[in-house]
Write a protein that binds this ligand. Structure first.
Ligand SMILES: [Zn+2]
Length: 233
């Protein structure tokens, strides 16, 4: 009886060791890999047609597909307080009736490739190298990352960390050279990257806040990504 219970104990402790080993390697693997949840918005033939039209008419790029070659990541905040209100706003092909400032340029709805919730959960709303309308003049070469937040609802530490992880993931996968906040986009007007048919088409932006951009740039210094060029007076 004694011998039997000690062999049982040995087997039990071996099993326990194996379980601990497996669970620790699982956590390790998770830390090495970013967690992205796919939650696709509607991407129907209307959205594809309007995206191709935007590429042609606004960016003057006669593309056959909506695949882009991203060289830039643009960080945003949504201005909305919940994940679902932003998701619902992006989740149809044509623009909402209240977006008068940008409706004249195209009927394509706005969207972004990624949306990060307050708790840092990263959602991929569409294929990451497909065209999305989120930044005038630069959509054809920029991946958009929206964050649930606003001027009076500043982005969280969890969102800062998630943006950092996401930028690292994208910079390793694509030839990303620039990381900018949406409020910086008009600085590209004087560069060859800017492609917009109407020189007067622009809107004023403050997202995602200068503080947020300063913090993320410090944390991502090792990637040597460029910011917006200095504006000529
Ligand atoms: Zn924005």
């Amino acid at each position: 009886m004694k011998a039997k219970s000690s062999s049982f104990l040995k087997t039990y402790s071996k099993l326990l060791f194996l379980v601990l080993l497996l669970s620790s390697s699982f956590t390790f693997a998770q830390n090495q890999n970013i967690k992205i949840i796919d939650k696709p918005i509607v991407f129907d033939s209307t959205r594809i047609k309007l995206s191709l039209q935007y590429l042609k008419e606004r960016h003057q790029i006669p593309a056959k597909t909506i695949t882009i070659e991203p060289v830039m990541i643009v960080l945003h905040w949504t201005g909305a307080k919940t994940f679902s209100s932003t998701f619902n706003a992006f989740n149809h092909a044509t623009l909402d009736g209240d977006r008068k400032a940008i409706a004249g340029a195209s009927n394509l709805n706005v969207s972004s490739q990624f949306l990060i919730d307050r708790d840092g959960t990263i959602y991929r709303l569409m294929p990451e190298n497909n065209f999305a309308r989120h930044v005038i003049g630069l959509n054809y070469c920029a991946i958009g990352v929206e964050n649930v937040g606003s001027d009076d609802f500043p982005l969280t530490e969890a969102q800062l960390l998630a943006n950092e992880q996401l930028v690292r993931y994208l910079a390793a996968k694509y030839k990303i050279q620039y990381l900018i906040g949406h409020y910086e986009y008009t600085a590209f007007k004087q560069t060859p990257l800017w492609k917009e048919a109407d020189p007067n088409y622009q809107t004023g932006k403050t997202d995602p806040g200068a503080d947020f951009m300063q913090k993320i740039r410090v944390n991502l210094k090792d990637l040597s990504l460029k910011g917006a060029p200095a504006k000529n007076k």
